[in-house]
Structures are given as structure tokens and as C-alpha cells.
Ligand binder design. Structure first.
Ligand SMILES: Nc1ncnc2c1ncn2[C@@H]1O[C@H](COP(=O)(O)OP(=O)(O)OP(=O)(O)O)[C@@H](O)[C@H]1O
Ligand SMILES: [Mg+2]
Length: 262
């Protein structure tokens, strides 16, 4: 029953042993076969989507170039709008491709988690001076994990904190407790209603109040973060803060962390 439930969930059902009583063994065989077919169909869908997205980019680039050339001859607000829309479409396709690629498993390597966080916080500081602060425990944090996926996952959480919390301060925290590394991105923005804390992870879902032009996103950032986390056995969740704002947490089980990490 657990295996069947997981087929419906993340699709990664374990294969059942095809032994014992003939009828049960046969049932297990049918189940395993169905599970393999579903997995393969999911992979085909992701590949197809990635392929279509990729192929759309070349004609779009040609259109953009042509519009640019036309705009040199006649300047018109209509041409500007078309150019703007093409840029938006290109960004959307880029995010779709990123979502499809988030299912690819990146190799884990020895990573200094704090050095990675310092680097990301400095880059974000350059974009939003004076708004970020990193708090980590004084011991170092070395772990064996996929560093690019970690960057992309935290990058999406940071991006949201910067985008939705106007000019207020953002804290990035790193803790370790009971064999789990916790990385938190906390903001003081409008927060997310509790009943939407899971819904916002769905692809293209954006809370009504954020669907305006000034914050314009495509609603894929959290779906990408969740897919990356699932691929690597991490967890990502959003919690409301008592004083308002969101705490976005990434939980990384330390099973593969280096022996000297703490
Ligand atoms: N820190 C936050 N504070 C308030 N609302 C948030 C926060 N993070 C996410 N949200 C809400 O969740 C929605 C989904 O976020 P997600 O990152 O998936 O997409 P996006 O930011 O709209 O676009 P994209 O990340 O693709 O550029 C956002 O549109 C916003 O409504
Ligand atoms: Mg986002």
C-alpha cells in the first residue's frame, strides 16, 4: 500500500519482491511493471517539454532581432511592446527548461556550506545593499552535496524574499541539529496565508496580490526549488513568522556529510 501511495505522490515507488505465493508474486509483477511504465512516461514528458521549450528559443531570438532592426527604422510603442513580450516569453521558456532540468541528478561533492552562503549573500547584497545578514553557528559546515542545485534552490528563496518584502531586512540562517542542516531565508514582507503555504509550490501559482507588473515573475521559482530538493532528498517548506513575513526553510539530511562537519 505504501508503494502504491508513493506512485501517486512523487512517482518513485520501490520495486516489490516478486516472490512467494503465485498470486501475490503475479500481483507484485504487474505492480512493478505499471510503476516502471509510469516512471518512463514521466521522463518522456519532461524530455518532450524541455525539447519543445528549447526549440522555441531560436525563432524567438530571430523575431527579437528582426523587431530590433525594424525599431531602428520606425520607432513605435507597439514595437517596444512586442519586444518586451518576446523578452518575457524567452524568460518563461528559460524557467520551464530550468524546471525540467531540476530533475537531473547533479553529483554530490565536498562543499563548504557557509562559504557558499557567504558568496550568495554577498551577491544579493550587491543587488540590495544593506538588506541582508547571514547568521551561522561558529563551527564550520562541510557536507557532501550537490553545490549547483543548492545554489539554485537557495537562489530562488532569496529571490522571493528580495522581491516580496519591499525594502525590509532579510536574514539568512544556517543551523545544524540532530543530523540535519537547516538553511533559512527569513523576510519581513506581507507573508503567505497558512492555507497557501503548500499551494505556492505548484507551477505557475502566484498569490493574487503579487500578480502585478512591478514584481512580475512566472510562478515557477518555488516549483523549481521543490523539484531540486526532491531530486536530492532535501525538503523545502514555507512558514509564517509570528511578527509577519515568511521563513523559507531548506532541510538537508546530513547522512552523507563529511566526518569533520558539525
Ligand atoms: N517571501 C515571500 N513573501 C510573500 N509571498 C511570497 C514569497 N515567496 C513566494 N511568494 C508567493 O508565492 C508565489 C510563487 O512564488 P514563485 O517563486 O514560485 O514564483 P514567482 O516569484 O511569482 O515567479 P518566479 O520565481 O518564477 O520568477 C509568488 O508569486 C508570491 O505570490
Ligand atoms: Mg520566485
Amino acid at each position: 500500500a505504501e508503494a502504491a501511495r508513493r506512485i501517486g505522490g512523487d512517482g518513485q515507488a520501490p520495486q516489490l519482491p516478486e516472490t512467494g505465493d503465485a498470486e501475490l508474486a503475479n500481483l507484485a509483477h504487474v505492480f512493478n511493471e505499471t510503476s516502471r511504465q509510469l516512471q518512463s512516461r514521466r521522463e518522456n514528458q519532461a524530455t518532450l517539454l524541455a525539447g519543445v521549450s528549447h526549440d522555441l528559443r531560436s525563432p524567438l531570438a530571430r523575431m527579437k532581432m528582426a523587431i530590433g532592426m525594424l525599431a531602428e527604422e520606425f520607432s513605435s510603442p507597439l514595437l517596444d511592446r512586442i519586444e518586451h513580450d518576446i523578452t518575457e516569453m524567452d524568460k518563461l521558456i528559460g524557467s520551464q527548461l530550468e524546471l525540467a532540468r531540476a530533475q537531473e541528478r547533479e553529483m554530490a561533492e565536498n562543499t563548504d556550506v557557509d562559504a557558499l552562503l557567504v558568496d550568495m549573500v554577498e551577491a544579493a547584497e550587491a543587488q540590495a545593499p544593506g538588506r541582508l545578514k547571514l547568521h551561522s553557528s561558529h563551527t564550520s559546515c562541510l557536507a557532501t552535496l550537490a553545490p549547483i542545485s543548492l545554489r539554485r534552490c537557495i537562489g530562488n528563496l532569496l529571490d522571493n524574499a528580495l522581491r516580496y518584502s519591499s525594502d525590509s531586512k532579510i536574514q539568512v540562517v544556517r543551523r545544524q541539529f540532530k543530523g540535519i542542516i537547516f538553511i533559512g531565508v527569513r523576510d519581513h514582507g506581507p507573508g503567505i496565508p497558512t492555507h497557501l503555504a503548500e499551494v505556492v509550490f505548484r507551477p505557475f501559482y502566484r498569490i493574487e496580490s503579487s500578480r502585478n507588473r512591478t514584481t512580475g515573475g512566472s510562478g515557477l521559482g518555488l516549483a523549481i526549488a521543490r523539484q531540486l530538493a526532491e531530486t536530492h532528498g532535501w525538503k523545502v517548506a514555507l512558514k509564517s513568522r509570528s511578527g509577519g513575513g515568511v521563513s523559507a526553510w531548506l532541510l538537508i539530511p546530513e547522512i552523507d556529510s563529511a566526518p569533520n562537519s558539525r
